[in-house]
Design a protein around this ligand. Structure first.
Ligand SMILES: Cc1ncc(COP(=O)(O)O)c(C=O)c1O
Length: 368
């Protein structure tokens, strides 16, 4: 039974009897949530609140719908700024509020939860950076988003979880009454399916496995990724290859250990060789969570850029996050914290294709 196997595939991410739906990407999960709210809502424009520390590419699908996006300011902890959120209520009542568990760690805001409750807004818990549910992750929102493709070696895969216990109590009755399954089907069948994306991923993996290295495209520290067209997103349906690969992945605990060890290795190797000096703060994920990336925070932008370029020159796959939405960049006063976080942080990978030995040897390029 096809449906049963999809549920079985989702079992790592389910806590109770939640409903689950597979997509290629969480950007499509978000799209379906918004589409469903539009269907139910009597308003002609659905208002969606998103944290200002968020990537624009993830919004490309929902921007094609008749919505108004509002970016709420965050505090350096990633939590919403409660004072600014309350001020925003003066001219906009949200229909949907999204918050993010950044880089795998729980971010809970009682104020935001209450705000969703009081305004009948659906609360979307973005756990895209999290390997699986854990303390405080996966048990807060009406909807939870996971992106296994970001943490596991699969070409695509985003899971939407719908919870009855969230602030809006999204019941099976409501889903049935407004035919959620039909909305889901219409989205995953909305374009002609193409395997091109999967093939590209396979070729890339093969090159990696063979240990071949081509010269990497140089990334400029301050550049933004310019994906603005919904057509550039992979097809909404999850590929058969991903489902097959995922069904063979039985040990998420091993992945979790690997990530924790790799994070420790970057931190200790960089510290031991005194590569980053005193101007870079290494942020370690709390032991009880699984880190998404190793995080480094510089004292200022120039310092972040200097080390970003140094690591890149040494062929170390350093990255920045996120490509901020243009509305956030324009509003530099209100969105100061998110802009500063983007400009002072850089990240190193800790996924299962690397290990301690790779990390140590990659640093020899800098030391020589
Ligand atoms: C916080 C966050 N939410 C959502 C997304 C979208 O995830 P996906 O790539 O599965 O569409 C991303 C992607 O980078 C993200 O970082």
């Amino acid at each position: 039974n096809k449906q049963l196997s999809n549920e079985k595939l989702a079992e790592y991410w389910l806590l109770n009897n939640e409903k689950s739906y597979w997509f290629s990407r969480s950007a499509w999960s978000l799209y379906v949530i918004v589409k469903f709210r539009i269907l139910i809502s009597s308003d002609n424009q659905v208002k969606v609140w998103v944290p200002s520390y968020f990537c624009n590419e993830s919004l490309v699908a929902i921007r094609s719908l008749p919505i108004k996006l509002h970016f709420y300011p965050v505090l350096p902890s990633g939590k919403p700024d409660p004072i600014e959120c309350n001020k925003m209520l003066d001219n906009c009542n949200p229909d949907i509020i999204l918050f993010v568990h950044y880089f795998g760690e729980e971010v809970f805001s009682e104020e935001l939860y209450d705000l969703a409750l009081k305004n009948d807004a659906w609360l979307v818990e973005d756990a895209v950076h999290c390997l699986k549910p854990s303390q405080g992750i996966g048990n807060q929102g009406d909807f939870v988003l996971y992106s296994p493709h970001k943490l596991l070696a699969i070409p695509d895969g985003g899971l939407l979880v719908i919870r009855e216990e969230g602030p809006s109590k999204i019941t099976s009755n409501l889903l049935e009454k407004f035919n959620f399954n039909e909305v889901y089907d219409s989205v995953i069948n909305m374009r002609q399916f193409s395997n091109l994306f999967t093939y590209k991923w396979l070729v890339k993996r093969l090159i990696q496995k063979l240990g071949l290295h081509f010269s990497h495209k140089k990334i400029i520290f301050n550049s933004e990724n310019k994906m603005q067209d919904i057509k550039q997103l992979p097809h909404p349906k999850m590929s058969k290859l991903s489902k097959k690969l995922l069904s063979n992945m039985t040990d998420l605990d091993k992945e979790s250990e690997n990530r924790k060890n790799n994070q420790k290795e970057w931190n200790s190797s960089l510290a031991k060789n005194n590569i980053l000096g005193d101007d870079i703060n290494i942020i370690s994920c709390h032991e009880k969570y699984v880190p998404y990336l190793a995080i480094f925070v510089a004292s200022d932008t120039a310092m972040a850029e200097f080390f970003f370029d140094l690591l890149q020159k040494s062929k170390i796959p350093v990255s920045t996050w996120p490509d901020l939405p243009p509305e956030v960049i324009k509003d530099s006063k209100m969105q100061r914290v998110a802009i500063e976080m983007r400009a002072t942080r850089f990240f190193l990978p800790i996924h299962c294709s690397i290990n301690s030995a790779n990390i140590k040897s990659s640093l020899t390029n800098i030391l020589n």
